[in-house]
Design a protein around this ligand. Structure first.
Ligand SMILES: [Zn+2]
Length: 280
């Protein structure tokens, strides 16, 4: 059984690069919108209004995690499905950096729709689509809309230390994608740039929450087994560290069945072919 990193799994495949800069993204007239609705021109973060809407349990999972990360206990979804924080001055713990980021998204000029993409093999945990600009006919009114796609099932595949799981839960995934959308922070695109500007900010949030910091954007991938499945599979792994600047840094890891969660980007095709041939 190989323990060498043979592949890399891209944990977030955000399409943010497509929406950088003025005038980027697609523009459509309101009448052409596939599902025009009364809230089309309200900005913020909302539950998707269509078939991809989060169900009650998923909304509760999102609220529980974001309340913990921000300390904002009044976070809720309003009747129109928008995430609101009616009492931002009421704070119970949480991270100031998380409040800055989520506050910028809630009060910004764009809209981010939370979509349910359960058990999608196209998505590793979460993904942000390029913004689409909707314009009214005969009006200057316009709004950029991005889909923040969440694969809740992926999080059930995570195995590892509890602190690492809390450092990589659905609320953190939402904050990561919002950092792409709101502030255009990028993921690492090479080993030398790890973990990248986006995860550097999310690590600031983790430090403020006394959670371990993610060491790399890209996951290491190897062949192995993961309970309860006795079969050899392609296993992805992320490392986390706390007390980085102390004499005794504490290491944590998260592992998951990469074939069940999402796409894998190979370091080289020969390694991928060899690995996959040994899997089955
Ligand atoms: Zn990302």
């Amino acid at each position: 059984m190989s323990i060498q990193p043979i592949l890399r799994a891209v944990v977030c495949a955000a399409l943010v690069a497509l929406r950088l800069g003025a005038g980027s993204g697609k523009t459509v007239a309101a009448s052409d919108a596939p599902r025009a609705d009364a809230m089309r021109y309200r900005s913020g973060v909302r539950n998707a209004p269509g078939k991809r809407r989060l169900n009650a349990a998923q909304r509760q999972q999102v609220l529980q995690s974001l309340r913990e990360k921000t300390g904002w206990q009044s976070l809720a979804f309003d009747e129109a499905g928008f995430l609101v924080c009616p009492e931002p001055q009421v704070i119970n713990g949480g991270s100031a950096a998380a409040r800055r980021l989520l506050g910028a998204a809630l009060n910004g000029a764009e809209v981010y729709e939370l979509e349910n993409h359960n058990a999608s093999l196209a998505i590793n945990f979460a993904r942000l689509t390029a913004g689409v600009t909707y314009r009214f006919f005969n009006s200057d009114a316009a709004i950029s809309e991005s889909s923040l796609q969440l694969d809740f099932a992926d999080f059930t595949f995570l195995r590892g230390d509890e602190l690492a799981c809390r450092a990589f839960d659905v609320g953190v995934a939402i904050l990561h994608e919002l950092a792409h959308g709101v502030w255009h922070l990028r993921d690492a695109e090479s080993d030398g740039a790890e973990p990248g500007a986006c995860e550097n900010y999310i690590n600031r949030i983790r430090r403020e929450l006394r959670l371990p910091e993610r060491q790399t954007y890209q996951a290491r991938v190897r062949l192995g087994t993961l309970e309860p499945n006795p079969l050899t599979r392609v296993i992805a792994e992320l490392s986390f560290v706390s007390g980085r600047n102390t004499v005794k840094p504490q290491l944590y890891s998260l592992r998951w069945d990469a074939e069940s969660v999402g796409p894998i980007i190979p370091v080289n095709q020969a390694a991928l072919a060899s690995a996959m041939a040994n899997v089955r």
